[in-house]
Design a protein. Structure first.
Length: 254
């Protein structure tokens, strides 16, 4: 049976866990050959083997996207070994919360490097290939999906730098959308609320408790929920650009 993404190639960053892992699985299930990138090679190898068991194809590329040259080599190797590039999912990210006063500059720089610079490096390297893919079969359209957050819509005390990175990716995405829509490269922004992944666990126990007290009893999304939204975008065969899909803990708005 022909699948909707047969003959296409996808690249997913931050694929060693959470949303990235779930998205790589979902894209492979729909027929895409998937390049999976992250720093934790052992997890990528396990994921690739599991995708292969389901009849899919995954290329493992250990990579630190905060290094511009590694990000460029990631894209180059994907195209060289898988033949083209139709879909990019910029998912890699970190969230380290805390007040601005006395905040850790190391944490701030890490978020800027991963959440912003990493996504920009991958996007810059991938765009020529996406533009080429959009001109040819099988889909005559290409997709760049940036995984952001509801924190890119509303700022809160204690998350200033995380907010900054996500607001920034939103602005970048909208500007890029306006530039390439007429060339049939769709730029989409996914903005989940709370998702049950490792992301939040990298904060100190004190910060985690403080956030829980403020947020209260919120229903969390699962990584598969967000992956479903990404697959919805990518498998649509229309050439019209999709501005964005907001994915909240208690509802999905399309």
């Amino acid at each position: 049976m022909t699948k909707r993404l047969d003959g296409t190639v996808a690249l997913v960053t931050g694929a060693s866990s959470g949303i990235g892992e779930a998205t790589a699985r979902a894209l492979a299930e729909h027929g895409a050959a998937v390049a999976i990138a992250a720093r934790r090679e052992d997890r990528l190898v396990t994921l690739a083997a599991e995708i292969a068991q389901e009849g899919g194809r995954a290329l493992v590329i250990p990579c630190d996207i905060t290094d511009q040259r590694q990000a460029e080599r990631l894209v180059t190797r994907t195209v060289r070994e898988l033949g083209r590039l139709d879909t990019v999912v910029n998912n890699a990210g970190v969230m380290l919360l805390g007040p601005i006063a006395g905040g850790s500059l190391d944490d701030w720089n890490l978020m800027l490097d991963v959440n912003v610079r990493g996504a920009l490096y991958v996007s810059h390297a991938a765009l020529p290939h996406l533009l080429t893919a959009a001109e040819s079969a099988p889909r005559h359209v290409a997709d760049l999906v940036n995984v952001s957050s509801m924190s890119g819509r509303q700022a809160h005390a204690g998350s200033a730098l995380y907010n900054l990175t996500k607001f920034g990716i939103g602005a970048f995405s909208e500007s890029l959308r306006q530039e390439v829509t007429q060339r049939h490269v769709r730029i989409s922004l996914i903005e989940p609320g709370d998702v049950a992944t490792e992301l939040f666990s990298h904060n100190t126990p004190e910060i985690q408790q403080a956030v829980r007290e403020v947020v209260g009893n919120v229903e969390s999304l699962q990584a598969d929920d967000v992956a479903d939204a990404i697959v919805y975008i990518v498998t649509r065969h229309r050439r019209v650009a999709i501005n964005e899909i907001l994915v909240r803990p208690t509802e999905q708005v399309v």
